[in-house]
Design a protein around this ligand. Structure first.
Ligand code: C2E
Ligand code: MG
Ligand code: MG
Ligand code: MG
Length: 291
């Protein structure tokens, strides 16, 4: 029991758990178990270059297939993993599976790279740099074939510490990307001070940009800024060809989204790539622009 002062004086309240807390505690226990099973898997979503349409990279997206609750979204369980100290194990699992996949694709002749999301907690983990270095070595993957995605928010939580960690990661030869760009509160000039290679424009500005002039302006501003800083500019959430074309026109280098492909299992990627190439060969050659 805990004593609590109220307007009517001192009263006793029974200490109780919020039903949400009970649910969360159960989720933590189940997540801990799931990390040792096949219920947690890494899926991959292809990214295409706007200049030649080629796929050279994918993003790793973690999936939790819960035996009774069904699919749980990473937006739901990543925060749980972060608060319960399980994020380190989850990050290790995703990095390991991602690098194993890239190694396998490269052995079969496909020169692909992979992007892995880092949580804000991971940016404060002093063991991360060694771990990344060891996993790259173990899987025999060149560091440049790995991109690590961080959000503005996770960097801003402790900028000094995060930036020094990012510098160490980049010194390994790994590429760094700022994910969900435009949704944070950091000033644009801050981008210049981050040791990064890429900006990923948040899908909330991309998906409906053709119907929202304000979004188009934001996408244009971020693209111009990114290009002027010499960064690779990626747009996520591209759901149709018209948006793809508009992004290419604005100067976005790489697009990712349902129009190209939904996230798929690691094993599905090479067959998907093969199928796509066959279709491209069969497709009629685009009409050349009028002189
Ligand atoms: P994110 O890194 O920004 O990933 C993009 C999200 O957009 C993914 O959601 C992806 O499935 C979804 N998406 C892709 N194309 C489209 C599209 O055309 N339209 C729409 N509406 N959505 C699209 P997902 O897989 O549910 O992941 C959500 C977030 O969870 C990720 O956002 C990332 O922040 C986090 N996350 C996912 N996997 C990991 C992981 O392994 N580690 C960490 N720390 N976070 C992860
Ligand atoms: Mg991402
Ligand atoms: Mg994103
Ligand atoms: Mg996101």
């Amino acid at each position: 029991y805990e004593a609590k002062r109220t307007g009517e004086g001192l009263r006793l309240y029974e200490a109780h758990l919020d039903p949400n807390d009970v649910n969360r505690l159960a989720l933590v226990a189940e997540l801990r178990t799931a990390l040792t099973t096949e219920d947690i898997q890494v899926h991959v979503q292809p990214q295409a270059h706007t200049d030649d349409g080629r796929v050279r990279s994918v993003e790793a997206l973690v999936r939790w297939n819960h035996p009774t609750r069904g699919r749980i979204s990473p937006d739901e369980f990543i925060p749980v993993a972060e608060r319960s100290g399980l994020i380190g194990a989850l990050t290790t699992l995703v990095l390991d599976a991602s690098l194993a996949a890239v190694a396998q694709w490269r052995r079969s002749g496909q020169d692909l790279s992979i992007a892995v999301n880092l949580s804000s907690r991971s940016l404060l983990d002093p063991g991360l740099v060694d771990e990344v270095a060891q996993l790259l070595q173990y899987h025999d993957v060149p560091p440049a074939a790995l991109t690590l995605e961080v959000t503005e928010g996770s960097v801003m939580a402790d900028p000094t510490r995060a930036i020094s960690l990012l510098r160490e990661l980049r010194a390994l030869g790994v590429r760094l990307s700022v994910d969900d760009f435009g949704t944070g509160y950091s000033s644009l000039s801050y981008l210049q001070r981050l040791p990064i290679d890429e900006v990923k424009i948040d899908k909330s500005f991309v998906t409906d940009m053709l119907h929202r002039p304000g979004d188009t302006s934001i996408v244009r501003a971020i693209t111009d800024l990114g290009r002027n800083l010499g960064l690779n500019v990626v747009a996520e959430g591209v759901e149709d060809q018209k948006t793809w074309d508009a992004l290419a026109e604005l100067g976005v280098h790489v697009v990712q989204g349902w129009h190209l492909a939904r996230p798929m299992s690691v094993q599905a990627l090479l067959p998907w790539l093969r199928e796509r190439r066959t279709q491209a060969k069969d497709a009629p050659t685009p009409t050349p622009p009028a002189p």
